[in-house]
Write a new protein. Structure first.
Ligand code: URA
Length: 245
């Protein structure tokens, strides 16, 4: 696997080029950074499909989804399944949502143009190797409910990594992990981390975004830590990364 993601080709590039037009609902979205499409494997080797919500600042810069704090929490969750590469991630929405997943956002998500296009995308991502679909958060859970292709697949509906309180979030994730593990084959040479989460996220519970998930030429710090950590004057790690970044 190259140490960067060369980007989509073929059916994925065409489908993303034909994305739905968000103009009529643009008041609810941060349109300026454009659509952010995915992260992970598009070559048919993904065995787990991850569904998130919508991109934020880190994703805008990286041009891949789930790379900031929420993404690093998801990456840590995947480590607990023994997955370091055989996954692909898409969001409910292509653009950053203003505000929360509320009734209006759910109506937008269920509108024909957005829903049908997204269902086609999820169909494209599904292969004979798909072992599980993991929906993180209320928006993503609605996505699987609206997707006919989900029937017959193992689906886990769990809380979003940015859920406001660590305690209930990590209890929810701890409860879901054993069931998901029975469906998901770890990547070769990777042992699932079966240590349960505690009551709060620790730094070790987050995993860096693997370089093969990021585009060519990004600085080394991308996909590691958060803004507060990266820019703290006391962070030796940031300083050493910055020397060649
Ligand atoms: N949260 C999500 O659900 N998706 C992203 O891409 C970033 C944060």
């Amino acid at each position: 696997m190259p140490e960067f993601d060369p980007g989509p080709t073929g059916a994925f590039a065409t489908h993303w080029d034909n994305r739905p037009n968000y103009n009529s609902v643009k008041a609810r979205f941060r349109m300026n950074w454009g659509p952010i499409y995915y992260r992970g494997r598009l070559d048919g080797t993904a065995r787990v499909i991850i569904i998130g919500q919508d991109p934020a600042a880190d994703e805008n810069v990286a041009r891949r989804i789930l790379v900031g704090s929420a993404g690093q929490r998801v990456q840590g969750f995947l480590r607990k399944l023994g997955l370091t590469k055989s996954y692909v991630m898409v969001n409910t929405f292509l653009y950053g949502l203003k505000g929360q997943i509320d009734a209006e956002a759910k109506t937008i998500s269920a509108s024909a143009s957005i829903k049908n296009w997204r269902n086609q995308l999820l169909d494209l991502l599904t292969t004979g190797q798909t072992e599980a679909v993991i929906a993180f958060g209320a928006g993503a859970q609605q996505v699987v409910d609206l997707w006919p292709g989900a029937s017959g697949l193992f689906v886990a509906k769990i809380l979003h990594p940015s859920f406001r309180e660590d305690g209930p979030l990590l209890t929810n994730w701890n409860a879901a992990l054993p069931g998901i593990r029975t469906h998901v084959t770890p990547d070769p040479g990777v042992t699932p981390d079966t240590t349960p989460y505690g009551s709060k996220f620790k730094k070790n519970d987050l995993a860096d975004i693997p370089p093969p998930d990021l585009p060519f030429g990004v600085p080394k710090w991308m996909g590691t830590g958060d803004m507060a950590w990266r820019t703290s004057p006391t962070q030796i790690a940031w300083k050493s990364l910055a020397t060649d970044g």
